[in-house]
Design a protein around this ligand. Structure first.
Ligand code: AGP
Length: 608
C-alpha cells in the first residue's frame, strides 16, 4: 500500500523524506514523490518506478531545499502508475500540497462537484480531490479547512499536508489508514509506519481515527474533528533500528525465518506462569470463557491459514465450535450471530482493510472481539475489545514467516487456556503440552539448518509450472500455507488440497513429473495420506513428503522425505512450515526474483 512521510525541523527535509520512504518500500509501490517548502514556494518532484530514480532526479534531495516537506510511495488504486498520478498532489495555484494513503470512496462525486465549480484536474487519482477541496475551503485557517474536508470525504486516508500560507507548520490527519508521529531532537516527523522514523526517534504517537496533527519544528498538537485539542502520550518503540534492517541476510524473508525461534519464544514465555497458561490480555475470566459457545476466526491470506489450523486445535482440545472465515467473505455474508460468541481477528499488520471491516461488522452485532496482532498500536489492535500481541517484531518481507509462526503460537495458547478453563484438558495434558510448546523454538532452529539440503532440492524445480500440496486435517492447513509461500514469491502456480479430495477432480492434472508435496504428520491420518501419495505416484508424480521422524516406511513411496522432530500432534504445523518456507524461498532465489518484494503484492493490504 502507499506510504507517507513528512518532516519539519532544523535540517534539510528532502534527504530525510527520501530515507523515510526507503524504510516504507516494503509496503509495495510503483511511483514516488516529495514536496518541499523552500520558504517561498512549494516545489515537488515525482517519478514512476523505484525510489532510486527519484533520488537521482533530486541529487539525493539537494535540488529541493527547505526544512518542511512531505513524501509518498504510491501503490496505484485509482489511476495507473504514472508521474502525473504520483503524489504529492497540489491545488491549482500550488499553495497546498498533500500526500495520501487510502481510498476516497466518494471521490468521483466530489470530483464532479469541483469541476462544476471550475476546478481542473491534472491526474486520475482520488487524492487530487482532497487538494482541491482544501483549496475550496481554505480561508486562512488550516485546521478548520481540514475538518471541513473530513466531513466531505468518505473512505480511508492518512494525509500529510503543507500550506504555503502556514510555512512553519505541517499537518496530518488519519481515518482508517495507519499514521504515526515521531518526536525527535532534529524536528518532528509523520509516517505510515515506525521504521520510517526509527533513525531519529523512539518516541512515537499512534494517531487514532479522525485525529488531526498540527506540528511545528518544536511542537506537536493533536485535535479531534471538532477542533478540540487532545492530550496524547507517546509510546516508546523497543525495536532496534537493525531489527528493521536486513542484519546481514540477503533478504528480509530469510532473516525473518531465522528470527522465528526467538519470535516463537517471545510469544510463548510471557504467557506461561508456573506451568500454567496465563493470558491476562485476553480480558476474560475462566467463567467468561466457559460462557463462550462459538468462536469466529477471521483473517486474510496466511493469517487465515493459521485460523484453519486453529480450528482443528480449538475443536480438538477445547471442544468449542469454531467457524473460520476469510475476512473479505465474512464482512458481506450476513452471518447468523448468536449469543456468547467470540470473534478472533488475526492480522500481522493490524491494518488489513478486510479484516478491520470484519472486526467492525462483528462489533456492530455485539460480538466480543479479540485481536491477534503483531503491530503494536495498529487499527485492529486498537479497535478490538482485547488484543493478544504476537511478539514477532517488525516483519518487512511481504511473504510472512515469523508473524505466521507466532500467530500459530497464539492460537495454541488460547486453545490451551480455553481447555484449561473449560476442563476439557486435564492438568497433566496441559503440563505435557507446555513442555512441547517450549521445545518448539529449538526444534525450529534445528529444521532451519536443513536449508542447504532444501536449496539443492528446490534448484531442481525452478522451471516447474505446477505444484500440488496435499494433507489431511492439520496437514491440510499447513499445505495451504506452503502453497501460498511458494506461489507468492516464485510465481509458480500451486494449489493445496485436502488429500482425500484430490480424486474428486484435480487428480486429472497429475502427470509424469508433476511435483506433489505431501504432508503426513497426523498419526491417525497417516495411512490415509500414504494411500493418497500412492495414488499420485501411480500417475507419475514426484513426491516430496514431510512427516514425523520414525515414519521411514514412507520412503518406499515418496521420492524425497523431510523428517520433523516429535512434538504434540496439535503443534506439527509449527515445524512442517519450516521446510515449506525454505522451499518457497530457495525456488524464488534460484529464479532470481525479488524475494522480499514480489510483483503485484503489498505487505499490508489496507484497501478492499
Ligand atoms: C502472506 O505471506 C501474505 N503476505 C498475505 O497473505 C498476508 O498474510 C495477508 O495479506 C494478511 O495480512 P495481515 O496478517 O497483515 O492482515
Amino acid at each position: 500500500m502507499c506510504g507517507i512521510v513528512g518532516y519539519i525541523g532544523e535540517k534539510q527535509a528532502a534527504p530525510i523524506l527520501l530515507e523515510g520512504l526507503e524504510k516504507l518500500e516494503y509496503r509495495g509501490y510503483d511511483s514516488a514523490g516529495i514536496a518541499v517548502f523552500d520558504g517561498t514556494e512549494i516545489h515537488a518532484k515525482k517519478s514512476m518506478g523505484r525510489l532510486k530514480i527519484l533520488s537521482e532526479l533530486t541529487h539525493g534531495g539537494e535540488t529541493l531545499p527547505g526544512t518542511t516537506g512531505i513524501g509518498h510511495t504510491r501503490w496505484a488504486t485509482h489511476g495507473a502508475p504514472s508521474d502525473m498520478n504520483a503524489h504529492p498532489h497540489f491545488n491549482q495555484d500550488k499553495t497546498i500540497a498533500v500526500v495520501h494513503n487510502g481510498i476516497i470512496e466518494n471521490y468521483m462525486k466530489l470530483k464532479k462537484k469541483m469541476q462544476d465549480k471550475g476546478y481542473t484536474f491534472k491526474s486520475e487519482t482520488d487524492t487530487e480531490v482532497i487538494a482541491h477541496l482544501l483549496d475550496y475551503y481554505y480561508k486562512g485557517d488550516a485546521l478548520e479547512t481540514i475538518t471541513k474536508v473530513m466531513h466531505r470525504v468518505e473512505g480511508s486516508y492518512a494525509l500529510g499536508i503543507i500550506f504555503k500560507s502556514e510555512p512553519d507548520k505541517l499537518y496530518a490527519v488519519r481515518k482508517d489508514s495507519p499514521l504515526i508521529v515521531g518526536k525527535s531532537n532534529i524536528g518532528n516527523l509523520i509516517a505510515s509506519d515506525v521504521p520510517a522514523v526509527l533513525k531519529y526517534t523512539r518516541d512515537v504517537y499512534f494517531i487514532e481515527n479522525e485525529e488531526i496533527v498540527c506540528m511545528t519544528k518544536d511542537d506537536i498538537q493533536f485535535y479531534n474533528i471538532d477542533e478540540e485539542e487532545l492530550e496524547k502520550q507517546p509510546a516508546t518503540i523497543e525495536w532496534d533500528i537493525d531489527a528493521a534492517e536486513k542484519g546481514g541476510y540477503e533478504y528480509f524473508m530469510l532473516k525473518e525465518m531465522y528470527e522465528q525461534p526467538q519470535a516463537v519464544s517471545d510469544t510463548i514465555n510471557p504467557r506461561i506462569k508456573e506451568g500454567k497458561i496465563v493470558i491476562d490480555e485476553l480480558g476474560m475470566s475462566d467463567e467468561e470463557i466457559r460462557q463462550i459457545r462459538k468462536i469466529y476466526m477471521i483473517a486474510c491470506g496466511s493469517a487465515y491459514h493459521t485460523c484453519v489450523s486453529a480450528k482443528y486445535v480449538f475443536e480438538g482440545l477445547a471442544r468449542i465450535p469454531v467457524e473460520v472465515d476469510l475476512a473479505s467473505e465474512f464482512r458481506y455474508r450476513h452471518p447468523i450471530y448468536e449469543e456468547n460468541t467470540l470473534a478472533i481477528i488475526v492480522s500481522q499488520s493490524g491494518e488489513t482493510a478486510d479484516s478491520l471491516a470484519a472486526l467492525r461488522e462483528a462489533k456492530e452485532h455485539g460480538v466480543r472481539v479479540l485481536g491477534i496482532v503483531n503491530v503494536v498500536g495498529s487499527s485492529i489492535a486498537r479497535e478490538a475489545d482485547n488484543v493478544m500481541y504476537t511478539w514477532a517484531g517488525p516483519e518487512i518481507a511481504v511473504a510472512t514467516t515469523k508473524a505466521y509462526s507466532t500467530q500459530l503460537i497464539a492460537h495454541y495458547l488460547l486453545a490451551m487456556k480455553f481447555a484449561q478453563a473449560r476442563g476439557t484438558a486435564d492438568e497433566k495434558t496441559i503440563t505435557e503440552m507446555v513442555k512441547d510448546l517450549k521445545k518448539l523454538p529449538g526444534q525450529i532452529e534445528m529444521l532451519l539448518e536443513n536449508k542447504k539440503k532444501i536449496q539443492k532440492f528446490a534448484n531442481r524445480y525452478l522451471a516447474t509450472e505446477h505444484v500440488f500440496f496435499l494433507g489431511r486435517g492439520l496437514d491440510y492447513a499447513i499445505s495451504l500455507e506452503g502453497s501460498l509461500k511458494l506461489k507468492e514469491i516464485s510465481y509458480i502456480h500451486s494449489e493445496a488440497y485436502a488429500a482425500g479430495e484430490l480424486k474428486h477432480g484435480t487428480i486429472s492434472l497429475i502427470e509424469e513429473g508433476t511435483l506433489v508435496v505431501a504432508v503426513a504428520t497426523q498419526e491417525e491420518l497417516y495411512k490415509k495420506t500414504l494411500s493418497n501419495i500412492q495414488e499420485v505416484k501411480t500417475r507419475g508424480a514426484f513426491v516430496m513428503a514431510v512427516t514425523n521422524v520414525g515414519n521411514t516406511e514412507i520412503e518406499k513411496t515418496a521420492d524425497y522425505v523431510i523428517y520433523l522432530p516429535k512434538t504434540n500432534p496439535y503443534f506439527t504445523n509449527s515445524l512442517a512450515v519450516i521446510p515449506l518456507q525454505l522451499f518457497g524461498y530457495y525456488v524464488s532465489l534460484g529464479k532470481g526474483l525479488d524475494v522480499d518484494k514480489p510483483r503485484n503484492l503489498a505487505k499490508s493490504v489496507t484497501v478492499e
